[in-house]
Design a protein around this ligand. Sequence first.
Ligand SMILES: NC(=O)c1ccc[n+]([C@@H]2O[C@H](COP(=O)([O-])OP(=O)(O)OC[C@H]3O[C@@H](n4cnc5c(N)ncnc54)[C@H](O)[C@@H]3O)[C@@H](O)[C@H]2O)c1
Length: 409
Amino acid sequence: MGVLNVIGLGYIGLPTAMMFAANGIEVVGTDYNKKLVDTLNSGKLTFEEDGLEELFNKAVAEKIKFTTEYIKTDRYIITVPTPYLSDSKKIDAVYVVKAVENVLDNCEKGAIIVIESTVSPGTIEKFVKPIVMAKGFTLGKDIHIAHAPERIIPGRMVYELANNSRTIGADEKEVGEEIKSWYESFCMGEIVLTDIKTAELSKVVENTFRDINIAFANELTKMCHKESIDVYELIRIANKHPRVNILQPGPGVGGHCISVDPWFLVGDYPDIVNVVLGAREVNDAMPHYVFDRIHEIMREHNIKDFSKVGLYGLTYKENVDDTRESPTIQLLEIMDKYNIDNVKVYDPWIKADKVKNQYHDMESFLEGTELVVVLVGHDEIKEKQEFLSEKIVYDTRNIIEFGKVIYKL
Ligand SMILES: NC(=O)c1ccc[n+]([C@@H]2O[C@H](COP(=O)([O-])OP(=O)(O)OC[C@H]3O[C@@H](n4cnc5c(N)ncnc54)[C@H](O)[C@@H]3O)[C@@H](O)[C@H]2O)c1
């Protein structure tokens, strides 16, 4: 096989391309974002991630190339975004379609195109295969399509790329085996082969399972708040049962996987998915719940002005710099609707100014702040807990032990 062309060099595509390159496969990474490609070519990374710098150095030593051009070759991996349409909740396949079209305009006959982007079941059948045929290729002969969804979690991407089990969906068995051999260059986990549609659904189901479990934990939080029961103690006890594993509640779910993918099922199977829809609604409503709790706590302590309130954490999870769909940003949007624009915000991982009243060091963020709302459990706040000793703390992550008064979610 020839050079491997990875299309889309974001949170998934970049580490994947580098992992292949660092493990003996000749790789060209393509992204239509010129600024991003220029940054990589100048030797700088485009986001922070544990172990990524080391991987980058290895991949560069193996002569990985970054370009805005699609390469003429016989193997491609597509890792472009897959959002949902806000009204119908169905997948918006526009990025995948565009990338596949571009690949088809450049590839060799007989090429294998692997879609790694998360897609709803039937997306490849409905959106990808018709383009292949429309461009005059015979599917299964001139072009082979497969799906290899990604499971890695930001913060542990490099470790998980090497160690997670993965799924490859291919309707042609030999093509599945061929793709498996590519991933075996770095993946030490089990690689399961299945058909395309099962692979599509399995990825969405994994994220939906977590969404539902978190929604259950969030509902328990609201019940426990009414009953003055510690929800964390409740979950700890329940999880002693050998067949119970309730996840932790939180201020909402963010990122690309949990907060987006279950919507695909709501869009495609509206008559079936009661539990999935319910979970989506519960988790999406959590920033509203947090907003109400902030009000309650402010009233209790006679804090009248939001300038005395500080939100710690802007990212959607701890120790990453990704703010997509983050609960804090949703909370700020709710506040904005109520014309509250003076709340303070700080996140050690977000260096650029992203929101109003954003601070860039913890000391100035805490100066004059009476109520600190901990929304993300970054290591920094865990390690500098004493800084909160004199503050009223609303800890939505159950990590803080220091504080004048500590409220839980
Ligand atoms: N981020 C995660 O944690 C995660 C985990 C598992 C799966 N996924 C899935 O992986 C896919 C990619 O997600 P991501 O977080 O890496 O997205 P991203 O937005 O970080 O990166 C996508 C990249 O693709 C580029 N791009 C878009 N269309 C292109 C085209 N036609 N040609 C060339 N480049 C193009 C963009 O410029 C961008 O750099 C999505 O389907 C997502 O759901 C993401």
